[in-house]
Ligand binder design. Structure first.
Ligand SMILES: Nc1nc2c(c(=O)[nH]1)N[C@H]1C(S)=C(S)[C@@H](COP(=O)(O)O)O[C@H]1N2
Ligand SMILES: [Mo]
Length: 298
């Protein structure tokens, strides 16, 4: 059962509630509890997008092509119970509950920029746990070099899968050192809520220095492997979408410039803003690519 804010006012969530209301959220019902995350030094101080923007302008092709399709058509998607299989080159392969992977008490708040390859961006206050800790607990074997992520395959609840809009299940991948970088997050919430369905409930990847499509949603399997995974977009259009997909204002998409971006919610007269190398996270990640030709490894 869902309660209204007026039914429960936990003291700890009072400030969150005020921010939530100030953000212009229009939801009548709210969760019966509020998640809180430990603050982290990795957050941007840019103004986060509103909950309304974050939950009504989405890319989640499992529910359709349109930006409002995920909000409109994900209502019947069942995300509880849910487990994630950790497989491949690990000491402790197995099926783990979301509560085990990301217990509420361990959540960190990470306010990250999200830059879509389509040249729009947002700022999203995620709640989650660093992927590195999860992989370390599973025991990564020395032969592992890459991590592959797989989204759930459930065409009965996902109209975009039923219509075969893409070659599902959605696959993404990272190099192991990228996966272990402290910025890489497994998110289970945003603002003070559990992750809304349209944002990849109950657990999704967030890799803030890469184009948004790398951040796979509704993950059911994480595989440690010695072979570079082939991602869904790479397989579909290899000349346009590479494995690395680092945000890079100097490497244009074959069909449009990546030099600037449109910040969702900035207003009609705000104009575009410059896109930053590695989406502004160069201090943390540039070292991962030293000596690499980033135009070739796009
Ligand atoms: N499974 C899955 N994950 C996905 C996508 C998708 O279509 N399916 N879209 C990606 C793209 S292109 C972007 S920009 C982000 C958008 O995340 P958001 O809707 O939570 O802002 O999710 C990414 N993860
Ligand atoms: Mo995207």
């Amino acid at each position: 059962m869902k309660l209204r804010w007026s039914d429960v006012t936990p003291k700890a969530s009072y400030l969150n509630r005020r921010a939530f209301l100030a953000a212009g959220a229009v939801f009548a019902a709210a969760p019966a509890f509020a998640l809180t995350g430990k603050m982290s030094g990795y957050s941007t101080d840019e103004k986060p997008n509103t909950l309304k923007e974050i939950t009504n302008y989405n890319n989640f092709y499992e529910f359709g092509f349109g930006k409002e399709d995920p909000a409109s058509y994900s209502g019947n998607f069942k995300t509880d119970p849910w487990s994630v299989e950790i497989a491949g080159l690990v000491d402790k392969p197995g099926s783990y509950g979301v509560e085990d992977i990301a217990p509420d008490s361990a959540l960190e708040e990470r306010i990250y920029r999200l830059r879509c390859v389509e040249a729009w961006s947002m700022v999203i206050p995620w709640l989650g746990v660093p992927l590195a800790g999860v992989l370390s607990k599973a025991g990564v074997q020395p032969s592992a070099k890459f991590v592959e992520f797989q989204t759930v395959l459930r065409p009965s609840e996902m109209p975009g899968q039923a219509q075969k809009l893409l070659d599902f299940p959605y696959i993404e991948g990272l190099r192991l050192d990228e996966a272990m970088n402290p910025l890489t997050l497994l998110a289970t919430g945003l603002y003070s809520e559990k992750l809304p369905n349209q944002n990849g409930a109950p657990i999704r990847l967030v890799v803030p220095w890469k184009y948004g499509f790398k951040s796979a949603k509704s993950i059911v399997k994480i595989t440690l492997t010695d072979r570079q995974p082939v991602s869904t977009w790479q397989k579909l259009q290899p000349a346009e979408y590479g494995f690395y997909a680092n945000v890079n204002p100097k490497v244009d998409h074959p069909r449009w410039s990546q030099a600037s971006e449109r910040r969702i919610g900035a207003g009609l007269f705000a104009g575009r803003q410059e896109t930053l190398m590695f989406n502004g996270y160069g201090d943390q990640v540039a070292g991962l690519y030293s000596g690499m030709d980033l135009a070739k490894n796009y």
